[in-house]
Structures are given as structure tokens and as C-alpha cells.
Design a protein around this ligand. Sequence first.
Ligand code: PLP
Length: 285
Amino acid sequence: MPTALSISRIHEKLLTDRHITLDLLRADRLHPLISGNKWYKLKYNIARAQTEQVDRLLSFGGPYSNHLHALAYAGQLAGLKTTGIVRGEKVYNKTLADCERWGMQLHFISRAEYRQKDQTDFITRLSTHYPGHYIIPEGGNNESGIKGCGEMLVGIDLQQYEQIVCAVGTGATLSGLINASPEQIPITGFAVLKNGAYLTETVKNNTRRQNWTINSDYHFGGFGKRNNRVLQFMHDFNTAHQIELDFVYTAKMMCGLYDLIEKNNWKNTRILAIHTGGVQGNRSL
Ligand SMILES: *Cc1c(COP(=O)(O)O)cnc(C)c1O
């Protein structure tokens, strides 16, 4: 991992008109193959597995999961075996082909089974079935994952910002960013799934701070769903800035951010938005 992520300043008439500076923290440029926050979430999980002398990692995800993709690669780099439990019937796609190429064993389970993935008896059954595996929750959402996410801000001069924004899936990234940033900088997370109300409770359990909110108005139909508006936004943003966003997370965040700015929020504010990566998932489009 680099000592500090790079930053791109976004130049746009809308922003100049509102006296806003917008910087994008480029976790998407972390690595040519593996990008984004998932990499950070794995750092301390892998370290723990190594301390516990466990040489197999197991986790969960959908067929285009950024998390399984990063896990397969990071596991191979660390010399650990990886197992991916994939939601739904067996499919082949580029994401899973990468995972297999990097040595991950894939096991497909039904959607109904997958829904139990956080329940204790399911995990117990799984540990019996896969003995000697270090089990990482979906999306890397645990204490080690949260701690790692905070490190996306390492080396960044945060004093120059008055607002941080990020996309929210499980809430681990948002929690890590909250814990790693100065209390006077408000943080807004854009939820990418429908019915994200529970996320507030989750994040509350992961932090003692109060300088954050979750905006649930820009899920565009729910997790993994998209409409023409968000796809058009992604396309226009890429054309204007040569920066690819991913349709599941960062395009929704940026579309929400721009919409709120158009509606006169955050005038005269210096904003840091986190590009959490995930562009490999665009291969499903
Ligand atoms: C997983 C992911 C997120 C969401 O992170 P959480 O910690 O689960 O909230 C955001 N952006 C991208 C690109 C992701 O892959």
C-alpha cells in the first residue's frame, strides 16, 4: 500500500459558481488490478490470520463482488489460500475468472442460504465444513476492516477540508473514515442500497463520534440497481475528467453530491470525496 493516496482536483463550472473546491481521493488508483477500500479492509484481517497461523481465508460476496476480487488477489500475495462463497447459482464472469486465476476456490450457494451468512449457526456450520479457515464477513465489515479503512486518509492534509463524502455499503468504510478524521470535519455517507436505515445503527456501534450523517436519497433503486440518470452521469463524468466511476457505489455518491450542490447545499465548502474504487464491477454492464 502506498504511503498516501493521490488526489484529483475536479474542475467544473457548477463547482466554481458555488465557490466549492472538490478533491477526489483516488483509492481507485491504488493498484492496476485491485482497487479501492476493499484492499484496506483486508490489511488487518490478513495480519490477524497470519498471527493466528491460519493459512486459509474465507469470505462471501455476489458474482461481481469487489471484496472477493480483492481477497483472491491479496490472499495470493500473502501466500494464503482463499475460499469465496458466492451468492446464487453457478455463473462464469470476468470477476470470478480473476478470482479463480488468483487461486480462489469458489462455492456457490442459493440466495436463501446466503441470506443467513451473518447468523451464528450458519457460521458455525461453515467453520465445520471449512475447518482451519479465517472467516471474514461480507464486504470485510469487521473491526479489522474498519481500522484499515481509516488508513485511506493517512498522509492527507485534512485541515484543508470542511466536508468529507463517501459511498456506504456495509458502513465499514464510513466508520473507519469517521474514526480517522478530525472531529470538526463533517462526513456524509451516501447509502447505495434501499432501506438503509439500519446503517445508522451499525455505524453508531462502530464510532463514538457524532460528526456524520447518512443520506439515503440516492440509491437509484437499490443495491446493484441503476437507471439512465446514474449511467449518464458516470459517462459524462468520465468524458469530462477521464475518471471512471463504478455504477454500484461511487457514481451514486457523486451523482448525489452534484445534485445536492445544484440544490445549493455546501456553497463555499472545500470537499473531499473518496473514490473507493470498484471499477472492475463495471464489467457486468
Ligand atoms: C464495498 C464498496 C463500498 C462500500 O464500502 P462499505 O465499507 O461496505 O460501506 C464503496 N465503494 C466501493 C467501490 C466498494 O467496492
